[in-house]
Design a binder for this molecule. Structure first.
Ligand SMILES: C[S@@+](CC[C@H](N)C(=O)[O-])C[C@H]1O[C@@H](n2cnc3c(N)ncnc32)[C@H](O)[C@@H]1O
Length: 288
């Protein structure tokens, strides 16, 4: 049974905002994505959740039977569980956080974050994730081969931390969601006819120097892109609708050529130093 409906005339301003800056975050493309969402579906699935720009902007408008969001990044999933289940504790921790906007305090917070067991201390771990995300270089999340967060200090003049209201708003959006920490393939096998999946996998680099695909130590290479494309065929065969966003390039356009592809423009960082921005083409791929 298809019951979720959304209003596509929706404005981006005034919607719930993502709590984290995330490489590849879709805030700039929201309008293009929202106008192309299917008008009705049963269950909502988002297996590459990241900062969740689309979910936070529209979840209040959905009345799907269920919402399943997932990401391979376990710290990120713990963070969203904490926002959903302990928003007041998290807001209180952030209001009293002892780290300020200096390199020494940043590196102290980073060491503490890497040592901290998130299962035993979910509020502190999640609060530190927000602090690091807002004070690190370009809001990146990057880990070394031991899985330790290693992004340098960002030198922002006055980084803004989310306040209590923004946390409560995000918590409300997440309150109806199942949050999983799994590979996309595990999640997608569970989607059924009449469901909708929004997929925003790591980008194919737009140039040799822009490999921003290593959100986790596993990375996302062409074998993963192929694995994802065969999952799309499985979804299509089951009668599941999907919308996938990615960078536009010949390889991906060929990989998805059997589906409907539209090209849209987006401004984003185009090199690994994050100091060069440009207009790049993104593709939106749908099977409806
Ligand atoms: C482009 S980002 C998603 C951005 C998100 N749409 C937003 O608005 O912020 C891609 C996400 O995919 C996750 N990811 C990478 N490989 C994955 C895998 N094999 N399974 C599930 N998630 C994965 C990364 O951790 C990252 O958060």
């Amino acid at each position: 049974m298809v019951t979720a409906f959304i209003t596509v005339s929706h404005k981006v301003d005034g919607m719930a905002r993502p709590l984290l800056k995330w490489a590849g975050g879709k805030r700039q493309l929201l309008h293009e994505i929202i106008t192309r969402l299917p008008s009705g579906f049963s269950n909502y699935w988002e297996p590459f959740f990241g900062g969740g720009a689309l979910f936070f902007s529209i979840s209040e408008e959905f009345c799907a039977h269920s919402y399943t969001i997932s990401d391979i990044n376990s710290v990120l999933c713990l963070f969203y569980e904490t926002v959903r289940d302990k928003p007041m504790d998290l807001a209180e921790y952030l209001a009293g956080i002892e780290y300020h906007n200096t390199p020494s305090e940043y590196y102290e917070a980073r060491s503490r974050f890497n040592l901290l067991d998130g299962k035993a201390n979910p509020v502190e771990k999640s609060g530190l994730l927000i602090y690091l995300n807002r004070h690190c270089f370009n809001g990146l999340y990057r880990v070394n081969s031991h899985g330790e967060f290693n992004v340098p200090f960002g030198s922002y003049i006055s980084p803004r931390m989310p306040g209590r209201n923004q946390i409560m708003e995000a918590s409300k959006c997440l309150s109806r969601s199942t949050i999983l920490n799994r590979d996309f393939q595990d999640i997608l096998t569970e989607a059924e006819e009449g469901d909708f999946v929004y997929l925003d996998p790591p980008y194919e680099p737009v140039s040799q120097s822009s490999s921003f695909t290593a959100y986790s130590k596993e990375g996302f290479n062409r074998d993963q892109q192929k694995r994802l494309s065969s999952m799309l065929w499985e979804l299509d065969n089951k009668g599941v609708k999907f919308l996938l966003s990615n960078s536009g390039n010949e390889y991906l356009e060929e990989l998805y050529s059997a589906f409907k592809i539209v090209k849209v423009g987006a401004r984003r960082n185009i090199n690994s130093k994050g100091n060069s921005r440009g207009n790049v083409k993104e593709i939106l791929v749908t099977n409806y």
